[in-house]
Design a protein around this ligand. Sequence first.
Ligand SMILES: *Cc1c(COP(=O)(O)O)cnc(C)c1O
Length: 345
Amino acid sequence: MRRQFASDNYAGVCPEAWTALAEANSGHAPAYGDDEYTARASDLIREFFETDCEVFFTFSGTAANSLALASLCQSYHSILCHELAHIETDECGAPEFFSNGSKILLVPGEYGKIDLAAAELAITRRNDIHYPKPKVLSLTQPTEVGTVYRPDELAAARDFARRFGLRMHMDGARLANAIATLDLPPRRITWEAGVDVLCFGGTKLGLPVGEAVVFFNKDLAYEFDYRCKQAGQLASKMRFLAAPWIGMLRDGGAALLKHARHANACAEQLEGRLRKVPGVRVLHPREANAVFIEMPAALAAALRDRGWRFYSFIGDGGARLMCSWDTQTSDIDDFMRDLEALAAR
Ligand SMILES: *Cc1c(COP(=O)(O)O)cnc(C)c1O
């Protein structure tokens, strides 16, 4: 199949992850995470964030988010997130399921970012025993519509969370793309910004499979290993979940950031060309590796007829075009050639 813009999940495994995976495939190693690869990958994550933290590996982002959130709340608590958040719209109720019923409270906000004034309303609307007690603020970085929270916005969210006694969860399925955009040390937009637990995405960045749950607040990781096991997220051959991270993070995260920068740069290029096409409108500021566009339905259908795939159910409408670590300029040329020809008909 040709390279598509439907999802960064369409891309294969990047060479660095693949090499590290192959390196781990030698001889025997202890099972269930007691191996040297898991220890090394966890250490590299600590180095990447420049702090001591507890690290766990899961198979999917849904599991990472759900189990992380479950460890932050009791069943009578609530979780505040943006109304377009993946935990609300794309996890089939797993956060509520794994937390035994913690309620998700939806907060609006421009460009996929939580509006703190609206979040305050959701919290202060009630303070009686009949309302699920707000306990977690969950941010997605970059957001579901491809925008990036800036350090000042994160600082405001941290102060807000402190003011209302909330714990902070970050869904970082594409965190590397946000780091590449902001060009800041990873610690600045995570634990220094008050994040208690981060779900650090690997799959979309070029890993074969796997996400890391990173507890900067180590107390909250208490018995998290049991949660993972009960949820079927404890890999028996853990070394193969962990090893690809080594390929991404050795050399200070060079490979991870290289691929993230590349994907962002491709999206920037794609955005620039899309803006010149009459009838096509770019939605939201393009700040990471996604471009959302609005186009006539006939044009979208004609593109699909030519074999192009893209999602139109993510965010609040429009077609999402996603660049990945292996997107090439020729892919953008191919897509734009079809789009321009069809738009001119
Ligand atoms: C892809 C994604 C996830 C993880 O999804 P899985 O399919 O469960 O791995 C989580 N959050 C966001 C914002 C995502 O885009």
